[in-house]
Design a protein around this ligand. Structure first.
Ligand SMILES: [Zn+2]
Length: 82
């Protein structure tokens, strides 16, 4: 995968807001006869992370997760976690 494509994936790929895992489940509309997936619910209020084994009320993109992580690391600076 080239770099441009990887960036594109990061921008659109959804992940867990807490741990950043992409192994998440969202609710979606599907046809039970064809098992065809029609659409995801417009407002994602129930996100299940298989890594945390928890339900969350929001989903963010991998890009957003990385940005948040960077921001937090900067905020903490050299202060040790107690
Ligand atoms: Zn998680």
């Amino acid at each position: 995968m080239n770099l441009k494509k990887r960036r594109e994936t990061m921008r659109t790929k959804k992940c867990c807001p807490v741990c950043g895992s992409t192994d998440i489940h969202l609710k979606a509309w599907a046809n039970p006869n064809t098992r065809e997936l029609h659409d995801f619910l417009e407002k994602q209020e129930d996100v299940y992370c298989t890594t945390c084994v928890e339900w969350y009320d929001e989903v963010i993109t991998v890009e957003e997760f990385n940005k948040n992580k960077e921001g937090k690391e900067k905020d903490n600076g050299n202060v040790p976690c107690v």
